[in-house]
Design a protein around this ligand. Structure first.
Ligand code: ZN
Length: 286
């Protein structure tokens, strides 16, 4: 690994990402939930309480992060996106409405994508990256990113280090094991999960994955949600994971946009186009 490779000499690169979904994943289940105060407050806790606390923690530890924000959230909380950028972090595109592209028609996906971009443009937020809602990228998603000149996507799982997808977009891959949703999401109606795991378990899992990623030179791309990981005991577990990574001495922290730029200039990164599968409906009916 040269100093010019995507890791810039580190054994592993950590991208701390926070998806500031707020009320949108619930409203995607049905607008009627707007009239359910417990459910709405469970979600508004994310931007209102979690985000300021997370920003202070990141400042204390001196590490950058990337915040994926749905356009609806940025629009309904003017100043939120700018307050994140002002602290030295990146704001990236996380759809407008947080409906998964795989559940939309191509025309609906395009309209939602463009509406989100328009919100950030109106607020003067420079956008270079995207993450599909629920990681549900469609066959059209990467083409939309390329059409609008975005540098990277962070929704797919074809590797554990950056790779190139067609047409010419850097993928910063995710995985369920590095997502706090599977550990902490509990809400019976609408059902978003039934998990309230111990923060110590999550800390142990993520430390183990980081150790593996230092050995195999990967992207430690952690996906968190302020309404989940912004809660007090969970934030302390995150603080311990970050402190451990810093003590290792061979892990660097970067914004997604920086890793995407480094990967773009690294001729050694893999090209993994999404294959078109020939499906026999007699064998695999819809
Ligand atoms: Zn999300």
């Amino acid at each position: 690994m040269t100093e010019n490779g995507w890791r810039r000499g580190a054994a592993a690169v950590a991208t701390l990402t926070f998806d500031v979904d707020a009320e949108t994943p619930i409203l995607a289940h049905g607008g009627r939930f707007a009239d359910h105060p417990m459910v709405m407050s469970h979600q508004s806790y994310g931007p209102d309480v979690g985000v300021p606390r997370i920003l202070d923690l990141l400042a204390d530890l001196g590490v950058p992060a990337t915040f994926f924000v749905p356009g609806w959230v940025a629009e309904s909380r003017p100043g939120l996106a700018q307050s994140i950028v002002d602290r030295g972090h990146e704001v990236a595109h996380h759809s407008y409405s947080h409906r998964a592209p795989t559940t939309l028609t191509p025309a609906e996906e395009r309209a939602d994508f463009e509406r989100g971009l328009a919100v950030f443009a109106a607020q003067g937020i420079d956008i270079v990256g995207y993450r599909a809602a629920m990681w549900g990228a469609s066959r059209e998603t990467i083409g939309l990113l390329a059409e609008y000149g975005l540098a990277y996507d962070s929704s797919l799982m074809g590797d554990d280090k950056p790779y190139l997808v067609d047409p010419a977009v850097v993928e910063l891959p995710v995985h369920w094991s590095l997502d706090d949703w599977e550990q902490y999401a509990y809400l019976p109606e609408p059902f978003i999960g039934s998990n309230i795991e111990a923060p110590s378990k999550v800390e142990e899992m993520w430390r183990a994955e980081l150790d593996g990623m230092r050995r195999f030179h990967c992207l430690f791309n952690v996906c968190m949600h302020p309404f989940l990981s912004g809660r007090p005991g969970r934030l302390l577990a995150l603080e311990r994971v970050i402190a451990y990574a810093q003590q290792c001495g061979d892990v660097s922290f970067a914004r997604c946009r920086d890793v995407a730029a480094w990967a773009k200039g690294d001729p050694s990164i893999e090209h993994r186009p999404s294959p078109v599968y020939e499906i026999d409906p007699a064998v695999y009916p819809d």
